[in-house]
Ligand binder design. Structure first.
Ligand code: SAM
Length: 270
């Protein structure tokens, strides 16, 4: 059965930016498909990206988040928030999809976690005061589904000076090699322009249709960080491990061993 938003929600949806409304529709419709993976990740140790690279190799989460107030921007099923809570942070987790949050709340209850604040909303405009967080993270949430010229300044506003923003998402190189018709897997040749990647509309895609994503050239990411007031602390291009094989989401392991499919940034507010 396809999930339908109620009438009140429909009014609200009309006021959202087009990509936020479409992404809400997309994630509400597909939330059921992510429950099992969410369940596994809630119990697992932190690992990152399509290949589950351990946090010990790609240290996106500090070992100790004790005493820190953290926000997850686009928390989905909530496992990154759970990992932060386990490491001592107090956590505010926002997501655009009620159905994804239903899963997050259910998994929190199953795992005996009672004190994560789950909030329905758009990570581009978070109803929290300036400088209220020490740490912000997005794993394929705002990182790919929100307009970077809106959500990166918003994350900056929410952080205290010295606070960190960490995010993981698709690598622009992978996007340039993704077929124009949205069919999988990524190709070995360039499929679309690198300059002006910007808004990527997958609503008519051949596989997994729906949703509007964003990505950009390295120079644009770097200039945005600088202009908004972030310093780059680290940057990772995730590579498929030697023993991985076959397709995973929109790439194959063979492709992702040769080229970067995913990127992660660690930034600090100046
Ligand atoms: C692939 S999930 C990633 C979240 C989490 N890491 C997980 O795997 O469960 C993407 C999430 O981003 C959320 N999202 C998309 N646009 C958003 C927005 N504007 N504000 C907040 N969350 C958003 C979606 O609702 C979805 O739950």
């Amino acid at each position: 059965m396809v999930w339908q938003p109620d009438a009140v929600e429909n009014d609200e949806v009309e006021r959202l930016p087009e990509h936020v409304a479409e992404n809400r529709r997309h994630w509400d419709e597909h939330a059921d498909e992510w429950v099992e993976a969410g369940q596994r990740s809630w119990r697992a140790e932190p690992s990152w990206g399509m290949w589950g690279i351990p946090n010990t190799q790609i240290p996106l989460l500090p070992e100790d988040l004790g005493g820190r107030h953290a926000i997850e921007l686009g928390c989905g099923t909530g496992y990154v928030s759970a990992w932060m809570r386990r490491r001592g942070a107090s956590v505010y987790a926002i997501d655009n999809s009620q159905r994804q949050l239903e899963t997050a709340r259910k998994l929190a209850e199953q795992n005996g976690v009672t004190d994560i604040e789950w909030v329905h909303g758009n990570a581009e405009t978070v109803e929290q005061p300036d400088e209220s967080f020490d740490f912000a993270i997005s794993e394929y949430g705002a990182a790919i589904w929100c307009d970077p010229y809106v959500w990166i300044p918003e994350a900056h506003r929410l952080l205290r000076t010295g606070g960190e923003l960490v995010f993981l998402g698709n690598h622009p190189f992978g996007m340039v090699c993704s077929a124009l018709d949205g069919s999988y897997p990524a190709r070995l040749t360039l499929q679309r322009d690198y300059f002006g990647l910007g808004r990527m509309d997958w609503t008519g895609a051949a596989e997994d249709p729906g949703g509007i994503e964003f990505n950009m050239e390295f120079s644009s990411w770097l200039r945005l960080f600088r202009d908004v007031g972030f310093d780059v602390i680290d940057y990772f291009e995730l590579q498929a491990p030697a023993d991985a094989s076959g397709p995973r989401f929109w790439v194959t392991a063979e492709w992702a061993r040769r080229f970067p499919a995913e990127q992660a940034w660690i930034l600090r507010k100046r």
